[in-house]
Design a protein around this ligand. Structure first.
Ligand code: ZN
Length: 360
């Protein structure tokens, strides 16, 4: 097809696509498009635009009677215009290819108790990921091929590039970001301010539906991010390097899949995990609101923790990203906890949504 554009990225932690076709290198793109839409919504809201909740009854829809793009945009939020909704097709098609895959793996410092049963983290991870134990997940070079729908080429490619640029710097690609997956690098990204400006310019003058966003929806307005650089000599990193794998028997090369231990809880003697520490100082309700609930997955987590990953194989330090969509006080609290966990002096947020959007 002659309207194709390729974005070459590098996955630093595995890409979770929600299903891998084992026979060929083409990946299911649904999980990737889902994550793109999710981040686009959060960004649009943070910039003061409206993005509907596509799972609610109040989501955008077209009747089919609209004759011009102008008429359509009046009934659609920018996310629905770009990603499609009832009566309206997504403005692009995505094919994703990956040459390198590696067996699924997670690891945890938790171990078997005296009765030979798995301790909580290990037990829980096995419950959730049991069906994925034999999966191979894309890592390293991944190609995103984008084919634009006729008639809307100009705006669409600009939005996608700005979106992928932003996701690289403040989020993840694909599903299960809260479990450490989807960290990536894009050499040709725009800096975060430029990317947000591109999205803002489009959203503000696009003539889209305007409504109030629900205060509980994910929005860049409530976003914050820590990005830590942790030497392999760090005492807790040393322990994580020896943590027992769940899934693959082979140790991954460029990352330590320990997101869950950091985000949820550490075994006794290792200090506290983020959720555990938060729970000690907050009510059950507050904790569930921030970390989500594991029961029935009724409430999504607002705290996300990457695996420990290296940007290059030869790097001595691991990177760790922890981000959230909460009030900044919860972010401050968790920053203190990260300092304690890794015995660091003082860490600062790399980005907050408030600062990122201030001058745009
Ligand atoms: Zn919408």
């Amino acid at each position: 097809m002659n309207n194709g554009h390729t974005i070459e990225i590098k996955m630093l932690t595995p890409l979770w696509t929600g299903g891998v076709d084992r026979k060929c290198d083409r990946l299911h793109e649904t999980g990737i498009i889902g994550s793109m839409r999710w981040w686009y919504e959060a960004i649009v809201r943070g910039l003061g635009g409206y993005a509907c909740d596509p799972t609610s009854n109040d989501r955008c829809e077209l009747s089919g009677k609209e004759k011009t793009d102008e008429e359509r945009r009046k009934k659609l939020c920018p996310a629905c215009w770009l990603f499609g909704c009832g009566g309206w097709k997504r403005r692009f098609r995505l094919d994703v290819f990956s040459a390198t895959k590696e067996p699924f793996s997670l690891s945890s410092l938790s171990y078997k108790n005296q009765r030979g049963q798995d301790e909580f983290n290990r037990w829980w991870l096995k419950q959730v990921f049991n069906k994925n134990i034999n999966d191979n997940l894309p890592i390293g070079d991944v190609e995103l091929n984008i084919y634009l729908t006729k008639g809307s080429e100009g705006d669409v490619l600009g939005q996608i590039k700005a979106l992928i640029s932003a996701m690289e710097q403040i989020g993840v690609l694909g599903a299960k970001g809260q479990y450490g997956f989807g960290q990536f690098e894009w050499a040709e990204k725009q800096n975060i301010q430029d990317a947000l400006r591109t999205i803002n310019d489009f959203v503000k003058v696009g003539g889209f539906l305007t409504k109030e966003n629900d205060v509980d929806w994910y929005s860049l307005e409530n976003y914050w991010l820590y990005e830590l650089s942790l030497p392999a000599s760090n005492p807790l990193i040393k322990k994580f390097e020896n943590a027992k794998l769940i899934g693959s028997a082979k140790k991954p090369l460029i990352y330590l899949p320990v997101s869950f231990d950091i985000r949820y809880r550490l075994p006794d003697n290792y200090g506290l995990g983020l959720r555990q520490a938060y729970r000690q100082n907050h009510s059950k309700e507050q904790t569930r609101k921030v970390f989500g609930t594991l029961l029935g997955e009724k409430q999504g987590s607002r705290i996300f923790v990457s695996h420990l990953f290296k940007r290059k194989k030869e790097d001595r330090n691991y990177s760790l990203r922890v981000w959230g969509f909460t009030e900044v006080t919860a972010g401050d609290f968790l920053g203190k906890e990260l300092e304690r966990m890794f015995a660091l002096k003082e860490i600062r947020m790399k980005y907050t949504g408030a600062v990122l959007t201030r001058d745009i």
